[in-house]
Structure formats: C-alpha cells, structure tokens
Design a protein around this ligand. Structure first.
Ligand code: RIB
Length: 331
C-alpha cells in the first residue's frame, strides 16, 4: 500500500508538507499542493475525498433537481446530464425538487453546505429566495424555469402548445379542448397560451369552458378528460399538456366507448418513449429530452470552466405523427 512516506519520497519533500497538502491544510502553496496530489494519485495513494476537495477547491460533484422522477420525461433528461457528467468524471446527485419554493430553498441551502460544484434545476417556479440561494454557485435552469440571472435550457413552451393545437386545426377540428398542466406552473400557462393563440388566430371558440386542469400525470388526464367530455360533449379533439395526461385521456375515451381517432383526436407533448406504444400510437409534440439534458450539462461545464454567461438555450420540438389524430369526424 502506498503511504505518505512514499509520496514524500517521490516529491522530494518532507512528510509534514505532503501530509498538509493531502489533507487540504494551509502551509503549502496551491501549486505545490496540486503537484503533491498529482504525484499521490499517480502512485495510487488513497486520499481522503473531503481533503482532496479542499485542495482542488472542487468536490467533483454536481446536483440535478427534478420535480417528479416517476414521470418518464425526467429519467431521459437525467441520462443526458449524466452523459456530460461522465465526460468530466463528475458525480451527479439526483434530488427531488419540491413544488414549494420554501421547501426547495431549504433543500438548496442544505446542498450548498455540501459545496457541490454546480446545480441544475428543473424548478416549477423560481422565486427571489431560490434565485438568491442559487446565486454564487454555477447553475443552469432546465426545462421549466427562466430567469435573467441564470443560464437556462428548454423549448419554447408556448410555441409547442401552438404547434399541437395548430395540428388539430389543420385536421379540420373546430371545437378543441385542452387538458392543462398543474395550475401555477409557468410551463402549464405557456402551453395553454399556445393553445389559445392557435384558436384565436383561426377564429375558433376558446375559453375556460374548453379547459380542464390536469396534473401532468395519467390519473389527472383521465379525470380532467372526463370533466371536459361531461361539460363539452361537442369537442372532437383535445390537446393534452403532456404525454402522460394524453395517455390518461386515451383511457378515459376507451372506458366511455369513444373511438380514438375516429370520434376523438388526441395530441400530447413530450415525446416520451411510452407514447410510441399506446393504442392508437399517440401523436405528440416531442421535446429533444436527452438533448436538453446534454445541453444543460454542457452549459454548466462552461460555467465551471469560468464562462458565466447567462445564456438561454432554446431547442426545437418536432411533431411525431402517431395514429391518434384524424381529420374531423374521421373524414
Ligand atoms: O411531463 C412532465 C412535464 O414537466 C414535461 O412536459 C416537461 O416539460 C416538464 O416540465
């Protein structure tokens, strides 16, 4: 086993100096400490990770907050971030991002005490306290949050909602409902705004009576869909704010004997793998999920390398035509 003595011998320095360097204690210049640590690593000396991080002023650890690991959208996002973390041999901590800004702030404060090198945050909404807590640590807002102070990566959520609804309009539908995302989330409001803009620009009916609020999950899609069908039996198409909600609505139509797409057209948003295996296959506006994770990871690495520009990276979505949309009335 390689000892401190062996390292001192190899460096031509005293054991005291080598020990101070390896344990991140003062009394050795940064340059000398880094040289000692490099030689120790080359010899295969097993160093104390906490001490190592004190010397390198880096814990080689980044943290990713996601709001719901049960939603298949997020594991795909994590894979993208992980692929970039692997390039730098960074440890990726995956944490739950609570809806409440207070709970999130508490978690961020606890994380900062761990001195992670950088944070990626899919936060439902970024309030001033959250901003403050993230300030001073390299950070990238991912998917849901945007703020002038931090770099961000996502898609144009309003345009995605517009594209989904426009696809239904182009198929001849004129009474189009919307299963919205959870209330209070910017991402939900933006997708609904896209639905509204598409209908207004086409001179078609629009309003709260055509909207039911889901929760980005299958159960919420099923429940909101049932509410919508009850309230507005004349609708012939629905834009659901995410794929899981659309999948829940497909089940809602199935139990009511409403054939999709013959009698009801359905379009989702996300492009999760599951959406390719529904019956009928879900038509959706696909986000480049893994690429979002990769882009966010790369932006964070740029910040770790000293480039702190608060860039907003917007990636394109694509229409994936399944079999859940047909021309109005199946014509
Ligand atoms: O499906 C979960 C939703 O939350 C996705 O649409 C993604 O954009 C995230 O915000």
């Amino acid at each position: 086993m390689v000892t401190v003595y062996d390292v001192a011998q190899a460096c031509g320095l005293s054991i005291a100096s080598v020990s101070r360097a390896l344990n991140g204690q003062p009394g050795v210049s940064q340059r000398t400490a880094e040289r000692i640590c490099l030689i120790a690593d080359q010899l295969g000396y097993q160093r104390n990770e906490v001490a190592r991080s004190l010397v390198a002023k880096s814990t080689q650890t980044i943290a990713l907050f996601v709001p719901d690991i049960t939603n298949p959208f997020f594991p795909e996002l994590v894979k993208g971030v992980q692929s970039v973390a692997d390039e730098r041999d960074l440890l990726l901590l995956l944490l739950d991002a609570p809806r409440s800004a207070v709970a999130l702030s508490a978690r961020l404060a606890a994380l900062r005490r761990k001195q992670v090198d950088g944070i990626l945050l899919v936060a439902s909404d970024i309030d001033a306290d959250t901003e403050e807590l993230v300030a001073g640590t390299p950070a990238v807002l991912l998917d849901r949050g945007r703020s002038g102070r931090h770099a961000s990566v996502g898609v144009d959520q309003e345009a995605a909602g517009f594209a989904a609804t426009r696809h239904l309009i182009d198929a001849g539908h004129t009474r189009i409902g919307h299963i919205a995302g959870p209330q209070g989330l910017a991402v939900s409001e933006l997708r609904r705004a896209g639905w509204e803009r598409a209908l207004r620009e086409a001179g078609l009916p629009v309003g709260d009576h055509l909207v039911a609020v889901g929760d980005f999950e299958e159960e919420g899609g099923h429940r909101a869909g049932a509410e919508l069908l009850q309230r507005e039996p004349g609708i012939t198409a629905v834009f659901a704010a995410n794929d899981l909600s659309a999948i829940g609505f497909l089940a809602c139509c199935s139990v009511r004997g409403i054939p999709v797409p013959e009698q009801m057209s359905v379009i989702g948003l996300d492009g999760i793998g599951l959406s390719r295996y529904t019956t009928p296959m879900l038509t959706t506006i696909a986000q480049p999920i893994r690429e979002l994770g990769v882009a966010a990871g790369r932006l964070l690495l740029r910040q770790l390398d000293g480039d702190g520009q608060a860039l907003d990276v917007v990636l394109p979505t694509t229409l994936v035509e399944g079999a859940s949309v047909s021309r109005r009335g199946g014509a």
